[in-house]
Design a protein around this ligand. Structure first.
Ligand code: 0X9
Ligand code: ZN
Length: 426
């Protein structure tokens, strides 16, 4: 008996997981269901059902869009399957079960996904834990003191130190406070692991491949915060793979706030839940989360100098600009469109991947209190873009390890093109 347990334990270890670490049993019996609305009526009913999840959460929307003929994925617990099916039947919307055993898929993916990086270098062959990421930034700042500096941003609810890295070309004579800034963040949503990986790839390119990318840092400093929500990120590694929110407890024993609904700009007006258990909970008040406060402060410290705010999310291949809280477009939307199109076109000609460009409300859905609207509307950063990266694997948030490299390389092509367009314009 004892030997049997020991054997299972070693098998688990040899697959890169520990028994204590197995975070997938919470999804026992869950399925991933895909629907593709083809008419406005079908799209509307699904939107209403999505809205309802803001109040009585059961089904987790893994992706959503207003565009017809685009697939929408849902994570469906066994007890909600019948309800969902009857909603879909009422508008003759066919569905496809794309995964009827989420637990097994996640376990299989996990064995190849999580490995520690080789000390002193970053690799893009697996997803890295928060401590590993912190250590990498630390290493870079020591190894390249002439080009990099750590910027302490704040502490997460569970006390994790959040650091951004500032990348600069020291041959410039202007003082730091006069330099223009491009600010990138990732990992506001815990489960979107490809986003921090992309932020790390941008850091790696700008610092470790400095000479090839010199032009991009000539007039601009880059400040990059690779994980905005470290508590959630770690929780999605160790407990619930599809965790989205922060980890600060709320009423009704429900934990976490959707950090991308917690910013004080039209806070809570649309597409955000006032219900603490919902996936899109806006928080008990604006900036209730230490992580969103930290992001607000660092953004405000670059007020006037920061010309582009780019927030990395996944997934769906979208480049979204304001507004995200209402369908009206801001007066400068043509500039925003031109810069986003530069990114989309660069990616399309390099790899053929198609990024959809448009305002967040018009392309996806209205959701107020997000960081992109705050950066644009409150901090007055002239270019604010949310980039929804490529998806793959379970529910779209688990691109297999071998896809990390091509995905982050592709994103970098788009980011470079957008940055080039910004530095020319501002
Ligand atoms: O809903 C979100 O926060 C973002 N999509 S995600 O699938 N990564 O969760 C989109 C945010 C777009 N911006 C605004 N609505 N302001
Ligand atoms: Zn997101």
């Amino acid at each position: 008996m004892y030997l049997g347990f020991l054997f299972i334990y070693f098998i688990a270890l040899s697959h890169g997981a520990t028994i204590e670490d197995d975070n997938y049993s919470v999804y026992q019996g869950y399925k991933i269901i895909e629907v593709t609305p083809e008419s406005n009526k079908q799209s509307k009913i699904l939107e209403q059902f999505h809205e309802q999840q803001h109040k009585v959460p059961s089904v987790i929307f893994l992706s959503s869009t207003k565009l017809l003929n685009s697939p929408i994925l849902m994570l469906v617990p066994p007890e909600s399957e019948i309800e969902l099916q009857s909603v879909l039947k009422s508008v003759k919307l066919p569905f496809r079960i794309i995964d009827d055993d989420v637990v097994t898929s996640l376990r299989e993916e996990r064995s190849e996904n999580s490995r520690r990086r080789t000390p002193s270098r970053m690799d893009f062959e697996s997803y890295h834990r928060f401590d590993d990421i912190t250590e990498y930034l630390d290493d870079l700042s020591k190894k390249y003191p002439q080009h990099t500096a750590l910027v302490p941003v704040g502490k997460s609810y569970e006390g994790r130190q959040m650091n951004a890295i500032r990348i600069t070309d020291n041959s410039e004579s202007r003082s730091t406070s006069d330099r223009k800034v491009i600010f990138i963040d990732a990992g506001i949503h815990a489960r979107e692991w490809i986003a921090p990986a992309t932020a790390l790839y941008v850091i790696h390119q700008l610092v470790e491949n400095f000479d090839s990318n010199r032009d991009l840092v000539k007039d601009y400093d880059w400040v990059i915060l690779p994980v905005v929500n470290p508590d959630g990120y770690e929780y999605s590694h160790t407990k619930e793979r599809f965790w989205r929110k922060t980890r600060q407890p709320n009423s009704f024993a429900c934990i976490g706030t959707d950090a991308n609904r917690n910013f004080d700009f039209h806070w809570g007006e649309t597409g955000a839940s006032s219900y603490a258990c919902a996936e899109t909970f806006r928080g008990p008040k604006a900036f209730s989360e230490p992580e969103t406060q930290a992001l607000k402060q660092i953004l405000e410290s670059f007020e006037g100098n920061c010309k582009m705010y780019l927030s990395l999310h996944s997934y769906g291949n979208y480049l979204l600009y304001p507004w995200g809280y209402e369908s009206t477009l801001p007066p400068t939307w043509k500039d925003l469109d031109e810069i986003s199109m530069a990114g989309a076109n660069a990616i399309r000609s390099a790899t053929g991947t198609n990024y959809t460009v448009g305002s967040a409300t018009n392309v996806l859905y209205a959701a107020a209190g997000a960081s992109d609207d705050y950066a644009f509307g409150a901090v007055k950063i002239p270019v604010s873009i949310t980039m929804e990266l490529s998806g793959a694997g379970s529910g779209g948030f688990d691109p297999p390890a071998r896809k990390i490299k091509p995905f982050v390389e592709e994103a970098w092509i788009g980011i470079k093109a957008m940055a080039a367009s910004v530095t020319k314009k501002y």
